[in-house]
Design a protein around this ligand. Sequence first.
Ligand code: GTP
Ligand code: MG
Length: 287
Amino acid sequence: MSTIQWFPGHMAKARNQVQEKLKLVDIVLEIVDARIPISSQNPMLAEIIEHKPKIMILNKADLADPKQTEVWQAYFKQQGYASIAIDAQHKSQLPQINKVVRTVLKDKIQKQYDKGLKLAKVRAICIGIPNVGKSTILNRLVHKNIAKTGDRPGVTKNQQWLKVNEEFEVLDTPGILWPKFEDQTVGTKLALLGSIKDSIYADDDVALFALDYLKTHYAPRLLAAYKLNEADLDQDNPDLMLFLTKKLGFKEDYDQFAQRLILDIRKGRFGRLTFEDVVLATDTVGD
Ligand SMILES: Nc1nc2c(ncn2[C@@H]2O[C@H](COP(=O)(O)OP(=O)(O)OP(=O)(O)O)[C@@H](O)[C@H]2O)c(=O)[nH]1
Ligand SMILES: [Mg+2]
């Protein structure tokens, strides 16, 4: 039996708590990281949500490639989900959530009014993997810093109801990962963007992935940020990594460069980046 460090006991408990609370809510707000909209979805949560209405919230859109975000939203629409791309740091974008929730639930809400109720109450649960911004979104929605937030995974430890208004309550939940990544690059991407504790993944593996992705998808930005010549990119990735390690003054200390690259990506030094592509199912044929 192998021990799985990113699925400690509190996460199993958190998953069970989500399952229990699902009975009480009308709708699920699934928060994903707009830079990795698929890898930041938890397949285990998808299983327990089953047929509950769900809205996909692509958060940290301020850090993601805007063109890609548009394509991802079209993708989720094709999958049958309403989606919203937001930057939770700016509260001006948050009223969208309430609006979309009420649009998705309009039949249910109408029934409440038909029964003569003055208020049509809606309860939502906010779920997602660690560090995608669930608590930040909820604080913005309620205009108070009630939920604890922080730039590391595992900040929220317990569920907490937050009241947006008389008609809308949302449950904040701890971020949940799942026990086994079928695809190792999923784990690497989660580590790169801070949803898995930094200590669990080897920085140089994460940095090698990131370097390769930048080279392939955002080469001009990589050249500009580290003042490289195009020919420098002809080296294979481990050589390029050593080259950059020396160029940035870290001598032969790969790890220091790896940490620097990861930080530069997280801080937006390469501009807005998305680390996952999607091809839409119905690309028009013949025109
Ligand atoms: N740039 C940017 N940063 C954000 C955004 N939303 C949240 N953050 C930051 O991301 C970090 C994580 O936010 P939290 O709200 O604590 O994330 P969480 O999903 O509640 O995390 P857990 O409780 O660990 O599951 C914090 O440093 C936030 O300030 C956003 O839209 N854009
Ligand atoms: Mg939280």
